[in-house]
Ligand binder design. Sequence first.
Ligand code: ADP
Length: 369
Amino acid sequence: YGAARESSDDQKPKKAGKTTEKEPVYELVDSSNTTEATPEISEDDAWEKRVKAALKSLDKGVDQGAAKQILNEIVIHGDEVRWDDIAGLEVAKLALKEAVVYPFLRPDLFRGLREPARGMLLFGPPGTGKTMLARAVATESKSTFFSISASSLTSKYLGESEKLVRALFQLAKALAPSIIFVDEIDSLLSSRSGGNDHEATRRIKTEFLIQWSALQRAAAGKESKGTDSGDASRVLVLAATNLPWEIDEAARRRFVRRQYIPLPEGPVRVQQLRNLLGQQKHTLNEIEMRQLEDLTEDFSGSDITALAKDAAMGPLRSLGESLLHMKMEDIRPIMLEDFKSSLKSIRPSVSKGGLKQYEDWAKNFGERA
Ligand code: ADP
C-alpha cells in the first residue's frame, strides 16, 4: 500500500475519481473469507485483507456504499512518488519529514511538546509539485493515501458528499497511518462556500470541519477510546491550493503549518531538465544548460515538463512520415534548438503580477520554502 506515482508525463494533478485500471473493486464484506489463513500472502492480498478488516470495523453510522466508493476512487494504491523524483523544494521536504514522516514512523518520539501538527497547507502557483509532495509523503511514511479534490466533493459527489466525508475520515483512521490529501481546498473552505446560496456546499464544509475536529480531539486523547476505531493520531490532513487567499480566516487558522511552494529557482529548473533528459539522447552541454536556465525564468515545474516533452518531439517532427521506417539509433539527438523552438509556444503559466500575490500571502500567513 502507499501512494501512486504520477506518471512523469502527467501534466495535471490527478483528481479523485481517476484510479489506475488495475485497481480492484471492493465488494460487500464477506466475513466467511476474512479469517482464512493464507500461507504466502502477496502485498496485494495483504492490502485486501486490511481493507476488509477496515470495512468491518467501521462505526454503524458510516455508509458502507460510501466507504467502498472511497476505497475505489479516493484511495490511491500502487506506484509511488519518492523524494528524489521531486526537483528542489528542499525546505518543504524537510518540513514535511519533520511534521509527518518521522512522527508516523516513530510515534513514540513525538509526544507532548513534540506532538506533530495534524494539518498542513501547501500553497503556491499551480504546477509546482504540491501533489507530488503529498504523494511522496505518503510513500515515505508508508501511509495509506486518500486523494480527493475538493471541487469534486462540491460537484461530482454533491448530494452524497457528507456521507463520503464521514466515511473518508473513518477509513483513514481504520487504515492508519493515513494521509488525507485535499486538492483545491479553497473550493471547500472559502468564505463563499459558507454562503446561504450554496446550502449543500455549506453542509459539506461543516461536515468536513466537524470530522477534522473530531479527529484532532481523538488524536489528543480527549475522546473516550471505546467508540473510536483506528488510530486517529496517525492521520494527517494535507491540503493544497493555488488560491490561498480564498480560504476563510477560521479555516486558515486550523492549518497550523502553511508551507509556501514557490516557482523553482534556476538551478532547480536545470536539475529538473537534467532528470527529464536523463534517459534521452541529447547534445546539451553545460553552457547550453545555463542558457536554458535563463530562458525558463518564471516557469513552473509543470511548465518545464511540458517544455521538455515538446522539445523531445523536435527530432521526430522534422522526419514526417519517414519516422515510421527509421531505426531508433538513426534518430538525431535532442538539441538546444529544439528547446528554443518549443519556447515559442510554451510559456510560463504564472504571470509576474500573479506571483506577487503569492509572495504577499506567504509573507503574511506562510512559512517560506
Ligand atoms: P501542483 O499540485 O503544485 O499543481 P503537481 O505536483 O501536480 O503540481 O505537478 C504537476 C506536474 O508537474 C508533475 O506531474 C511533474 O511532471 C511536474 N512537476 C511539478 N513540480 C515538479 C518538481 N518540483 N519536480 C519535478 N516535477 C515537477
